[in-house]
Design a protein around this ligand. Structure first.
Ligand code: C2E
Ligand code: CA
Ligand code: CA
Ligand code: CA
Length: 287
């Protein structure tokens, strides 16, 4: 994932990384400092969810939103998820953080539905560590019992790496989620064609084309053929496709030509805070 991390760090702009300027000079020290703060993040109410709309590429109407975790810390500033999620995975904190994300996003979606906002789906990222945790399916059941959100509106995004080996336990968990009527999207799709075999063993609803490949559309033939290959394959297998990280009109035009159904990216909308996304959904702003 190093190239992906670099891709993001190059593109996120300077303000996302402002805390680099703090007086931390070794990577280890920086990591320890972040970990220390992470342990107290819940007490300080430091987490927030942002929501980035996804759109139908033909009609331009929103089809759903992806919940994206934000961590504001008084000392560190905005720490990007690409920095703190791997640490939370290493320390095991991801299980608690992931449960908070799931509950908060489901509650929010339920509130929006109650108020009649045209929400569409709500997509929630689940880390591989969180997914393989033995209590994961039970946690999902508990939350859906507690919050009466129709599970068909919920789409969990898992990483391609998780299904790559086709492990029995992973397939079983996926099938358990499908039985609960939860939708499954494979995030960051495109780097491992070896994961294709296990797509047949479970009922995946959606492939999200990794932004690295979407970025590659402008780069040349190889990038373009990976993207059109994924779209063709998804169509063949009755899966939706979302291209993410769409930043240019050229990319959108190529995706439209290849009949990609859905898009997500700065070209259409940035991730937004709750009040911002509410205004957005109320006005049902397409592009
Ligand atoms: P992801 O799931 O692939 O999410 C998409 C990331 O791309 C988000 O970054 C989003 O803000 C960014 N993005 C959206 N459109 C564009 C675009 O047009 N150009 C570019 N360059 N970037 C775009 P974010 O919010 O910083 O999240 C980074 C990653 O952190 C996510 O990648 C996901 O892997 C992880 N993450 C975020 N929230 C959560 C969460 O609640 N739980 C877990 N487990 N992981 C999360
Ligand atoms: Ca995602
Ligand atoms: Ca992604
Ligand atoms: Ca990603």
């Amino acid at each position: 994932n190093a190239d992906i991390a670099m891709y993001f760090s190059k593109r996120m702009g300077p303000n996302m990384f402002s805390y680099y300027q703090a007086s931390m000079n070794t990577p280890t020290l920086k990591r320890m400092t972040i970990e220390n703060h992470l342990h107290r993040a819940f007490d300080g109410n430091e987490f927030e969810l942002y929501y980035q709309p996804q759109f139908d590429l033909i009609t331009g109407t929103p089809t759903g939103v992806e919940a994206l975790l934000r961590w504001h810390n008084r000392e560190l500033g905005e720490v990007p998820p690409m920095e703190f999620i791997p640490m939370a995975e290493d320390s095991g904190m991801i299980v608690a953080i992931g449960e908070w994300v799931m509950r908060t996003a489901c509650r929010q979606a339920q509130t929006w539905l109650d108020r009649g906002l045209p929400l569409g789906r709500i997509a929630i990222n689940v880390s591989s560590k969180q997914f393989i945790h033995p209590g994961f399916v039970e946690m999902m059941k508990r939350i859906l019992l507690e919050i009466k959100l129709p599970p068909g509106l919920l789409e969990i995004e898992i990483l391609e790496e998780l299904i790559r080996g086709g492990a029995r336990e992973i397939i079983e968990t996926l099938n358990a989620l499908k039985q609960m009527n939860i939708r499954i999207a494979v995030d960051d799709f495109g780097s491992g064609y070896s994961s294709l075999a296990c797509l047949e063993e479970t009922d995946i609803d959606c492939l999200k084309i990794d932004s690295v490949f979407v970025g590659g559309i402008s780069g040349g033939k190889v990038g373009r053929s990976v993207v059109s290959g994924i779209i063709a394959m998804a169509e063949e297998m009755d899966m939706r496709v979302i291209a993410e990280g769409v930043e240019t009109k050229e990319q959108a035009a190529f995706l439209r030509k290849k009949q990609c159904q859905e898009v997500q990216g700065y070209l259409f909308s940035r991730p937004m805070s709750t009040p911002q996304v509410e205004t957005f959904l109320l006005n049902n702003l397409g592009f």
